[in-house]
Design a protein around this ligand. Structure first.
Ligand SMILES: Nc1ncnc2c1ncn2[C@@H]1O[C@H](COP(=O)(O)OP(=O)(O)OP(=O)(O)O)[C@@H](O)[C@H]1O
Ligand SMILES: [Mg+2]
Length: 510
């Protein structure tokens, strides 16, 4: 039963559709890209305001008798006294496959000179996160192709895993390699003409507050690796307004949600949320919102939590799509206890800690295995990987402890020496160059060999070289073995037997 009030509202709606959707208002004051507008009585938070001449703004502060809106493009032509219109539409971004391979701004306008984007579909930039009922627990892997990560802190589809570290510790590199690995899976699926089995992941890379040249480098690297085709790049660089930088990750989530809503899998990288927080602080200052700790506005925690909550693994009933998030945070001299880092740590399901010291020692990726975690854990690994990687984290922990102990120069028994030597080899295997993700089969084969002590007999400094030679041998001589691991996803007795034979064949040759 509708109440009378609702009836009346419906009648008004039918006869005057714009009655409470579109209104005109007048700019009382404009400065720093913020317009204070009177007369827009029914405007909603995040509603688009039409400033004429193709200039859009968003309503952000709703006060009793005025509205503050941030002008999204150049505000030079916007004048006091000018009439503006509310649109009744929340800020939105074009979505869909047409965006793949493109570089766009947070409103979906092309930045790559490749012409207009052919799509009619849009998603609101801000949208409530899926509820708990619609979600399922994370259960399938999002393989990064980076051995150290996939082996000891596996990431699942729908998870939020933070990449955190100081300047220039390889944070972006991890995200880009992950995107490249998804592209490889996409290519495999295309080659096999089958996406039902492999469920490839589409990626969204959001660059926030970076130099234009850094973004160009990322785009170039993705292109070179054939990954841009499966990726949407959303960029709001340091040269763009704080409002655009603030919007960028939300736009990225909206583009990722388009895939998730259709039962597909998407990955969103937010590079990085430290700069995002700074942009939000700046925007809040011009909006004259009160500030709190470290001068950040009080709702900064809510800002990042509502962004990251939008990542989800949907239940089968809700379509089964996923949106995985890899937010990035830059720390100052390793201080993870600062305000923004602790916030984002507490919102995510795990962290990849990168350390400058490791990076400079040549351990790249510079991931600290001891303190990095993934709370989804081995639920996000295929069985074969679980089997070979299960002990690795423990072995490494023991290695670090023994290594520290061994520095005192005391006599060590043979077993301890063997443990240290084994740990050194695993550390070597975990070193990996950029742009060369390992397929999961290759990861399984090398970890299996490592567990059998295969690398313990070779000089430490040759570990990487021999690994590559061995993998090449396997690809040439035992292609069916790799295929079988890919198909079975577990180590059957037959697979183990052929692994043994392959290792023996390789050894007999060298
Ligand atoms: N696994 C790796 N092997 C070799 N070089 C690497 C590796 N990972 C990163 N690098 C190099 O280290 C440098 C820093 O990497 P990257 O730009 O990814 O770091 P970042 O933490 O994102 O830096 P910023 O703080 O500037 O955003 C780059 O020159 C990159 O090529
Ligand atoms: Mg970076």
């Amino acid at each position: 039963m509708q109440s009378i009030v609702e009836d009346i509202e419906q009648v008004i709606e039918e006869f005057h559709p714009e009655a409470h959707h579109e209104e005109t208002g007048r700019i009382m004051e404009i400065g720093d890209g913020v317009a204070h507008i009177e007369g827009l009585r029914n405007v909603q938070l995040n509603e688009m305001i039409d400033f004429g001449h193709g200039i859009t703004g968003i309503a952000l502060n709703l006060e009793e008798d005025s509205v503050s809106a941030v002008v999204l493009s150049s505000a030079e032509t916007v004048r006091e006294g000018q009439i503006v219109r509310s649109t009744g539409r929340l800020l939105e971004i074009p979505c869909g496959r047409a965006l793949l391979g493109r570089v766009v701004d947070p409103l979906g306008r092309p930045l790559d000179g490749k012409g207009p984007i052919a799509t009619q579909e849009v998603n609101p930039i801000e949208r409530p996160a899926p509820g708990i009922i619609a979600r399922a627990s994370v259960s399938s892997p999002l393989q990064t192709g980076i051995l150290a990560i996939d082996a000891v802190i596996p990431i699942g589809r729908g998870q939020r895993e933070l990449i955190i570290g100081d300047r220039s510790t390889g944070k972006t590199a991890i995200a880009i390699d992950t995107i490249i690995n998804q592209a490889r899976l996409n290519q495999d699926a295309e080659a096999a003409d089958d996406t039902t089995e492999t469920h490839p992941v589409y990626s969204v890379y959001v660059a926030i507050g970076q130099r234009q040249s850094s973004v160009a480098q990322v785009v170039h690297a993705l292109e070179e690796c054939g990954a841009l085709k499966y990726t949407v790049v959303i960029a709001a660089t340091a040269a763009d307004s704080a409002a655009m930088q603030y919007l960028a990750p939300f736009s990225g989530a909206a583009v990722g949600e388009w895939f998730m809503d259709r039962g597909m899998d998407a990955l969103a990288v937010y590079d990085d949320l430290s700069k995002h927080a700074v942009a939000y602080r700046q925007m809040s200052l011009v909006l004259r919102r009160p500030s709190g700790r470290e001068a950040y506005p009080g709702d900064i925690f809510y800002l990042h939590s509502r962004l990251l909550e939008r990542s989800a693994c949907m239940s089968a009933a809700a379509g089964g799509g996923t949106l995985t998030a890899l937010p990035i945070i830059e720390t100052q001299t390793g201080d993870v206890s600062a305000y923004i880092p602790t916030n984002v740590i507490s919102i995510t399901d795990g962290q990849i800690y990168l350390e400058s010291d490791l990076f400079h020692e040549g351990i790249r990726p510079a991931m600290s295995v001891g303190i990095s975690v993934s709370r989804v854990g081995s639920a996000a690994q295929i069985k074969a990987m679980k089997e070979v990687a299960g002990k690795v984290k423990l072995e490494l922990a023991q290695y670090y402890e023994l290594k520290a102990f061994a520095q005192f120069g005391s006599d060590l028994d043979a077993k301890t020496v063997a443990q240290i030597e084994h740990g050194r080899r695993i550390t070597e295997l975990f070193k990996q160059g950029q742009y060369s993700p390992f397929p999961v089969e290759d990861q399984v084969v090398q970890l299996w060999a490592a567990q059998q002590g295969f690398f313990d007999q070779v000089p430490v400094e040759k570990t990487h070289e021999i690994r590559m030679k061995f993998l090449e041998f396997v690809h040439v001589q035992a292609k069916d073995l790799l295929e079988e691991i890919g198909r079975q996803k577990k180590l059957t007795p037959d697979i183990k037997k052929s692994l043994e034979e392959t290792v023996a064949n390789y050894q007999s040759l060298t």
